[in-house]
Write a protein that binds this ligand. Sequence first.
Ligand code: ZN
Ligand code: ZN
Length: 358
Amino acid sequence: MSFSRNCDIGFLWSELFETFDFGRKHPIQPGRFQMLHDFIEENGFLDQSNVRIIKPELLPEGLLRKTHAADYIAKIQEISDTGIGDIDIDTPGFKNIYFNSRLTSGASVSGINAVMSGDITHFISPTGGFHHATFEKGGGFCIINDVAASVFALKEFGLNRILIADFDVHHGNGTQRYFYDDPGVMQISFHEDPEWMFPHDGFIKDIGSGRGEGYNINMHFPMDAGDSVYRYAYDKLVPPLIEFYKPEFIVFIPGFDAHYKDRLAHLTLTTDMIRYVSESIHEAAHIHSSGRMGVLTGGGYTQASLKWGFGTVMSVLTGHPYEPPVQTPPFIDDEETWNTVRSNVQEVRNLVFPVLGI
Ligand SMILES: [Zn+2]
Ligand SMILES: [Zn+2]
C-alpha cells in the first residue's frame, strides 16, 4: 500500500516540550521527546520535502475548560506554582506543570488545526495520547486528556463522525468516559486484559450507552498475545467498523507499549504489526476522511522499541524508508491464546455489530 505520494506531514515540535519532569525513576523519562525528535532527524525524516515542523500553541483556555473541571484545573495550577503535590499516585506534580501540560496537549490541537486548515494531510505529535485523564482528574501519567481536547476541537469544526483508533496497550478509559453516549465519536480500543492490566477498565461488554450504544468498542488480549492473533482481531473488527462509520477524521494512537520489549505491559507485538495497523489506518483515512488523520504517540517505555515504532509510523506516513532491526518475540501465539482471542473477537462482534446494523 502506498498512499503517501501526496501527503504532507506535520511533526509537532517545541524544545519546551522538555520542561516536564516526572523524575528520573518514572517510566516517562526526561528527554523522551527530544530523543524522538533526534531519532527521526538522524533517520532523515526531517529532510523530506513532505515533512514540516509545526510549532505547537498552548491548549486554548476554552478547550481546557471543556476538557476538565474547574476544581481540577485549579489543582494543576496550584501544583504548578508551588512545585508541591501530585496529580495522582503515579503522576507526579512539578513546577510549571500547568504550562507544560497545556503545551503538550496543545500540540495535539495545533495538529488538528493544521490538518483542518488544509496546510497538511496528517500530523504526528510526540507528546499526545494522554487518554487516562478524565474530566474530573488526571492519573496514569496523564494530566490533560489531549485526545478528548482534540475531539472537542474537531467538533468545533463541525465534524460529526470522529474515530479514535487507540492501540495503546492500556485501555483509553478517560477518553471512553467523555464520549460514552455520543455516536459522533467512535472509539476502538485494543488493549491488554483489564482484569490484571491498568486501568482495569475497557471490558468488551462496555459498548456505549444511549445513542452512543455500539460506538464504543473494546477488544482485549491475554498476556503474551503476539502479532498473529492481533492481526486476526484487527482484520475481523476494525475494517468493518471503519467501513460502517466512514469517519471524517481519524485520531490514531499506535500502541508502542504493546511491543514485546516493553515490559510495562505483557503483549508481544513487533513493529511488523505496528506497520500493518498504521498502513491500514492510513489507507482508511485516505478512503474515508480525505486523508485527515492525526497520530498521538501514546505509551512506549523502552527506548529501542519506542524509536522503532515511531520510525515505522513516520515511514508509513511519509513514504521515506525505515527498517527497524529484526525482532524475535519470546513467545509464539499458542492454542490457548488463539482460543481466548477468537472468543473475545466473537463476543465483540456479537455485541456491537447487530446494534450498528453491520
Ligand atoms: Zn497519507
Ligand atoms: Zn499505554
